[in-house]
Design a protein around this ligand. Structure first.
Ligand code: SF4
Ligand code: SF4
Length: 505
């Protein structure tokens, strides 16, 4: 591991005397102060004069600067090595697990023609784009080969409800297999809700399937982007969101933990309407919102002009909407921004939330696998989408032909691990945000033509750097209410209701 940007401070001396013995660290100017981070994931803000004193080694034994350095594990000789080892073991526990997220594309058919959904859908009458029962069973068999003790099967499409019998079959078949396998098994369904009905919902609730949907904002915004020519997409979605959330409330479950997960897709048309978007979510009883940018890969030029935006535009939207969310909380309305919550859980909560796209190495092949409707295997869902646009570079096998071990240890997965390990990325290795960040080889490939990215001109890095800079600035100048709010966001709670332990059927 190399740490070029920091001075080799243990060799620094004042009048020939060795004075400070610091662990390797990186630094960056944030909000008029200097932010330091170390490889354990600790951070520290120093004022400029304090930082200069540290660089000169001019820090007395009883100085408050030394106390701060020590408390945050920056003094090499005063580390609690057992505690640090335990923390690192916990942080990297995913390296010993194996893929836990298994994305099943049960059909490519969809009744919506969303403007930003390019290659990944087919018309409702398209032939040969549904997963068959046989392929579905082979996919479940393959997923159960994972060495991971927990296993989530996520249904995606197309619109998965368009192939409902196979969704049901997979759930029943997986539960049967789990009676022997004894994994922590979970199911998630990503649906536009347009094909939902009472019977399907009753089954999904009974089988404790986590339901996720898309909601792009108020009706004009949502319906303009999520086009459903046979119905009213916004009103249908909102109606089911209300009913599903009410179900959890009626069952006496905590609505903060149990609710339908709705995700907005943020386009150029959303950028001016962030506050409205968040309030729309709050009015529906949603307690969180995930402000994710949209990667405009594979779009036609016309769609890109209408819906695309630059990263600085997205970051300005993010900052403004974040502030609105903080104000809503100050006024008594619970609302979590999930990107911030995820990063705060790493930075303030010292946790590894195992979010596969902001992790080092990332989840491709070792944290997730995607299964095409025809049983082809991909490093991840994004890799599958690249395949749909005609490039099979992230295809890694076929469920009925290839062995699990060969797929997982094959050259593509190994390359993805290397390409997403931050210590090996020029730029990241020296970055103050390295302990909490992650890069995406698929994004690098689409944007720059290689899975190995150049962070200096990567929009993925530009986004992360921008969000980290903003969040750390907010931490640095947080008032007591805000700090308590950020700490609360940093403490994720599990959702045990969704977990099927091996159960007798
Ligand atoms: S390659 Fe990108 S999309 Fe795929 S798992 Fe890694 S970070 Fe996620
Ligand atoms: S992607 Fe950018 S922000 Fe993240 S660690 Fe690398 S250089 Fe830093």
């Amino acid at each position: 591991m190399s740490h070029h940007t920091h001075l080799p401070i243990d060799a620094l001396s004042v009048r020939g005397q060795k004075v400070l013995d610091l662990v390797p660290f990186r630094q960056r100017a944030v909000d008029g102060a200097v932010l330091l981070s170390n490889d354990f994931g600790d951070h520290l803000f120093l004022e400029n004069d304090e930082y200069q004193a540290v660089l000169k080694g001019d820090v007395a034994n009883d100085s408050p600067i030394r106390t701060k350095l020590k408390a945050n594990n920056f003094l090499a000789r005063e580390l609690d090595k057992d505690a640090i080892t335990a923390r690192l073991q916990e942080k990297y526990r995913f390296l010993r697990a194996g893929p836990s997220l298994h994305i099943f594309v049960v059909t490519l058919r969809c009744n919506h023609t969303c403007q930003y959904c390019h290659a990944s859908r087919a018309r409702m009458d398209a032939p040969d784009v549904d997963m068959s029962i046989e392929t579905a069973e082979r996919c479940v068999d393959f997923a159960f080969e994972t060495t991971s003790p927990s296993l989530t099967i996520e249904f995606q499409g197309g619109e998965p409800l368009a192939n409902w019998p196979v969704v049901e079959h997979i759930i029943e078949y997986a539960r049967q297999k789990n009676a022997l396998a004894g994994k922590s098994l979970m199911f998630a369904l990503v649906t536009n809700l347009s094909l939902m009905d009472e019977e399907k919902l009753a089954y999904l609730i009974d089988r404790r399937v986590q339901i996720c949907t898309s909601l792009d904002g108020p009706a004009d915004l949502h319906d303009g982007q999520r086009i459903w020519k046979d119905g009213k997409s916004h009103d249908t979605t909102v109606d089911w969101i209300r009913r599903i959330n009410q179900h959890y409330v009626d069952a006496g479950m905590d609505p903060h933990l149990y609710h339908i997960e709705a995700l907005p897709t943020i386009t150029k048309l959303t950028l001016e309407r962030g506050n409205e978007l968040v309030e729309h979510y709050a009015n529906l009883g949603c307690k969180s919102i995930f402000l994710r940018n949209l990667d405009p890969f594979g779009w036609g030029a016309a769609v890109k002009t209408r819906l695309g935006y630059t990263m600085p535009d997205f970051l300005a939207f993010y900052r403004k909407t974040f502030e609105h969310i903080v104000e809503m909380n100050r006024n008594g309305q619970d609302m979590v921004e999930r990107t911030a919550a995820l990063l705060f859980s790493k930075i303030l909560g010292n946790q590894e939330p195992n979010y596969l796209d902001i992790r080092s190495p990332c989840g491709a092949g070792i944290g997730q696998l995607a299964y095409g409707h025809d049983g082809r295997l991909f490093t991840c869902d994004e890799g599958r989408m690249v395949d749909r646009s005609g490039d099979d570079c992230f295809a890694i096998g076929q469920v009925d032909k290839d062995r699990y071990r060969d797929v997982i240890s094959g050259p593509t997965v190994r390359s993805m691990v290397l390409a997403s390990t931050l210590e090996a990325q020029p730029g990241c290795a020296n970055c103050v945000y390295k302990p909490w960040c992650g890069v995406c080889p698929v994004h690098n490939y689409c944007e720059q033509g290689s899975i190995h990215g150049r962070m200096a001109d990567s929009t993925y890095c530009q986004k992360h750097m921008g969000i980290f800079d903003f969040l750390m600035e907010r931490v640095h100048r947080a008032d007591p209410f805000e700090m308590a709010l950020f700490q609360r966001w940093a403490t994720p709670r599990g959702q045990p209701h969704y977990v099927h332990e091996a159960e007798s059927l």
